[in-house]
Design a protein around this ligand. Structure first.
Ligand code: UD1
Ligand code: UDP
Length: 357
């Protein structure tokens, strides 16, 4: 049985790690790993393959750094003959990036069943490129693996039939459990950055709706700079944000900017932070996994369970006093609920994939 896997962006390498491990433990399963090349810096890609013990990609399409149409189109153009040649039994995609959509569309048109990990998430904000990618991917998928009951409800409301939906839990939780201990032992990032456990705020910013508007980006810079007058703020800078800050001639002064870090260092930074302020999907959940309060710098979140449980507050950058909202959230806690499964989502996915094909 052959499973083609298409990944391309940082969070997908992290989601892939536990799923790939589970798939490879099943006799008779072979994995064809295709990297679209969407993320290509060592700090955005290579480091994860090394640290998370993921096999080297069999194929790299080297498609990146262009507009949505060009990127998605070129990925599809390069992917189609590969899928025709290898004829996988199914094609597996993760999340909601352009790489996800390109993989799903190519497979669907070649009548290869698509399996989507992290199906059913909705922000209900069609201005986000990710929302288009999610909706379309879900609607061409045969196997939809969901992280929570809200995601299942979203799919039902879009008339996706129950026999395609599998509530398995979140593979990022599997990864957090598997690598969390290793991060504690291995990472020296706190010493390197010069912060004490529970003595700093960790921030990440990269969403298009935050970085591509000079007004919103400036508001976030001002808000985080203001927080840094009270507590150290550490910000591993996404290359997109770095470029956009340069474009608007802004830089952080008090906030401590570092290069993007590997997953183990990120886990160490997250789990030891007094608060996480982010627009990342994955980082919102990881804050919850490690019992750290989170402020989401967006107008909405698709991870609504985190808000309901009290671990996360949504703080729209343009309409909020970011400094006040972050300072107020420090020290708060949510309810001790188990939202994203029991840490075995990857094994469940591997079993369902191999028994259904
Ligand atoms: C992409 C995803 C987003 C996801 C994020 C994870 C889409 C539409 N967006 O956003 O959903 O949350 O990845 O991080 O798929 N760049 C580099 N080096 C790299 C990668 C990117 O310099 O290794 C720069 C390039 O200038 C590029 C820009 O960052 O043009 C944006 O990269 P892109 O992959 O288009 O989108 P992300 O913002 O990373
Ligand atoms: N991450 C990382 N290093 C960083 C920033 C993030 O390893 O410098 C990890 C983070 O722990 C999470 C994932 O990348 O597992 C989230 O990816 P990102 O924020 O790029 O994308 P999103 O989840 O918003 O799609």
């Amino acid at each position: 049985m052959k499973i083609a896997v298409v990944v391309g962006a940082r969070p997908q390498f992290i989601k892939l790690a536990p799923v790939s491990r589970a798939l490879r433990s099943i006799p008779g399963v072979s994995e064809l790993l295709i990297h679209t090349g969407q993320h290509y810096d060592d700090a955005m890609s290579g480091v994860f393959f090394d640290e998370l013990e993921i096999a080297r990609p069999d194929i790299n399409l080297s498609v990146n750094s262009s507009g949505h149409g060009a990127m998605t189109g070129l990925m599809m153009q390069k992917l189609e003959p590969i899928i025709q040649e290898h004829k996988p039994d199914t094609l597996l995609v993760f999340g909601d990036t352009n790489s996800t959509l390109a993989g799903a569309l190519v497979a669907a048109k070649l009548h290869i069943p698509v399996a989507h990990v992290e199906a059913g998430l909705r922000s209900f904000n069609r201005k986000m490129p990710e929302e288009t990618n999610r909706v379309l991917t879900d609607h061409v998928s045969e196997l939809l693996f969901t992280t929570s009951s809200d995601a299942v409800e979203n799919l039902r409301k879009e008339n996706i039939s129950d026999d395609k939906i599998f509530g398995v839990g979140d593979v990022m939780y599997d990864a957090a459990l598997h690598f969390g201990e290793r991060a504690k032992k291995k990472s020296k990032i706190l010493e390197k950055v010069g912060v004490e456990p529970k003595g700093y705020v960790l921030a990440t910013i990269h969403r298009a709706e935050n970085t591509d508007s000079p007004e919103v980006l400036a508001k976030i810079v001002d808000g985080l700079e203001a927080v840094a007058r009270h507590h150290p703020v550490i910000l591993p800078l996404h290359p997109r944000t770095k470029a956009k800050l340069r474009d608007i001639g802004r830089q952080f002064e008090r906030v401590q900017i570092i290069e993007p870090v590997g997953y183990l260092d990120m886990v160490a930074l997250e789990s030891n932070a007094m608060l996480v302020a982010t627009d990342s999907g994955g980082v919102q959940k990881e804050a919850y996994f490690y019992g750290v309060p989170c402020v989401t710098l967006r107008t909405e979140t698709e991870w609504v369970e985190l808000v309901k449980s009290g671990w996360n507050s949504v703080v729209p950058p343009l309409d909020s006093d970011i400094e006040r909202r972050i300072l107020r959230a420090i020290g708060t806690t949510g309810n001790p609920v188990e939202i994203y499964g029991d840490g075995t989502a990857s094994q469940k996915i591997a079993q369902i994939l191999t028994s259904r094909i």
